[in-house]
Write a protein that binds this ligand. Structure first.
Ligand code: PMP
Length: 288
């Protein structure tokens, strides 16, 4: 059975899912997106994803394509039609179709959604940990909006792969902002969990927030502040968070081996706690 894709009100086979050449998402990256994970057929923390979508749309004055509850129904329907048990729902809203121009037209938005099969609970990468390089953050300044302007992030990821690593952590003014598609954390040798504060123009990660909540419940000391690559090299452990990779232990940063080359205990613990919560809550932390 072919994958089913949602395009502007229709459920169609992947091969038949098309948008206009004049769609501003295609021409100008005038578009925002969300990626929510699915566990046991249920969307995880979808309320938080849709709250962030609301913020992204608002910042760019792009209209909601439909009321929020209808959007949730379509997300759930797409999961059902694709018989998705574990994986991701990708959702993108563009400003819409208009003659190419630099002004922002008042047109009807485009909504596309598709699902991706991905193993979230079991992850060989998380068992082993990943290697990251640091590289300059050349992205635009509104990184707090989840737009599809992902070329700089893709270039950073490719640079990492070319260097034999798995991902890139991005550096601005000597400090790490975030990973190419995830939020960055270190644990200091004093056991303090450190993640750059959101004040610093970066994405408000949904998983970051959930993991910070779990860390607080565990009684960990938390500091939301920037850190340099040097501080990261000296840290006891490092990891990143995202909806698709949950908590991903980092075992090497540039030439520095972290936590003896194996996932650190705090990363492992937070990953386990997050997945336990996800499964226990049937994938729904705040599903509205
Ligand atoms: N930062 C960036 C730049 C990202 O692209 C992502 C994932 N889309 C994240 C952080 C993690 O966000 P979330 O936990 O909501 O997936």
């Amino acid at each position: 059975m072919s994958e089913i894709v949602y395009v502007n009100g229709k459920y169609v086979a992947k091969e038949d899912a098309v948008i206009s050449v004049f769609d501003r998402g295609f021409l100008m990256s005038d578009a925002v997106y969300e990626v929510a994970s699915v566990i046991n057929g249920k969307l995880l923390d979808n309320g938080a994803h849709l709250a962030r979508l609301d913020r992204s749309l608002g910042e760019l004055s792009i209209k909601w394509p439909m009321p929020k509850d209808e959007l949730v129904s379509h997300m759930e329907e797409l999961v059902k039609r694709n018989d998705l048990s574990e994986g991701l729902v990708y959702l993108q809203v563009t400003r819409g179709v208009a003659p190419r121009d630099f002004s922002l037209p008042d047109v009807e938005p485009t909504l596309v959604m598709f699902t991706m099969v991905k193993s979230i609970l079991a992850s060989p990468a998380a068992d082993k940990g990943i290697r990251v390089i640091t590289t300059p953050d050349i992205r635009w300044q509104r990184r707090d909006i989840k737009t599809t302007s992902l070329l700089a992030a893709s270039m950073a990821r490719q640079e990492a792969l070319n260097a034999g690593a798995d991902d890139a952590w991005l550096v601005e003014d000597g400090h790490i902002t975030e990973g190419s598609s995830n939020n960055a954390f270190i644990v200091t040798t004093d056991g303090v969990l450190v993640s750059p504060s959101l004040a610093r123009g970066m994405l408000h990660g949904i998983t970051r927030k959930a993991v910070l909540g779990l860390a607080e419940q565990e009684g960990l000391k938390i500091e939301e502040r920037t850190f340099t690559p040097d501080e990261a090299y000296q840290a006891a452990e490092a990891f990143s968070t995202s909806a698709s990779s949950v908590v991903m232990p980092v075992v090497q940063i540039d030439d520095h081996i972290m936590s003896n080359g194996a996932p650190g205990p705090i990363a492992n613990k937070l990953r386990a706690l997050y997945l336990k919560m996800a499964v226990e809550q049937g994938g729904v932390a705040d599903n509205q």
